[in-house]
Ligand binder design. Sequence first.
Ligand code: PGA
Length: 245
Amino acid sequence: MLKNFKLYVEEDYSTMSQRAAEVFANAVKDDPMGAYGFATGSTPIGMYEALIKLQNNGKADLRKITAFNLDEYYPIQPDDPQSYYYFMRQNLFDAISLSPENTHIPNGAALDPIAECKVYDEKIASAGGINMQVLGIGTNGHIGFNEPAENLPATTAYMPLTESTIADNARNFASPDEVPRNSLTMGMHSIMMAKRILFLASGENKAEILQNAFNGPITTMVPASFLQLHHDVTIVVDKAAAKLL
Ligand code: PGA
């Protein structure tokens, strides 16, 4: 493991989620009005539940943060239950009383997706950059919707999804045909400029890609491998995901 990585290997999903919530809550304690980056997917749900509990018990206060999400499907309406906008309101934002003005997610219903990317980067810049970015990882090594490819985008970009991500995400849709084929995603520069990264992974199906991302060469074919170049990455995983590290 590189020295810029702080690694926590927890027993299971529940203790992993608790640990990640504590790391996140401590960052918010230091900068309660800062901008924080969030991720969707099944991995961070437990951490979001733990954060809600911490706030309800008076041990954390997330009400003044500004939130930026990594990505969104395109095209999708914000009120579609499959949208990441909907996911974040359901799984975190409503429960911590974060007002819509303080939550930002690329607009999957924007008429001009490329213009929307530019607007999104400007919003992150005007919030002073991201203090801590929460990340999961796809089984193909993607972070956000930066999919393995010869080239990766630097700033927020309108990107097609790979077949492997469509297949992975189809579990949340009635059929694979319903998964949107494109996305709006923060680019690699946007992610790498976050002051701190909080990286989460759980389960044996992530073990091999974690090994490639953190101990393998840095390559655009494993976008998460670029985290080896970030100076402050906290990796919180369960034993099953850490198996090959
Ligand atoms: P998951 O997705 O948390 O549902 O495994 C992670 C990701 O695709 O980034």
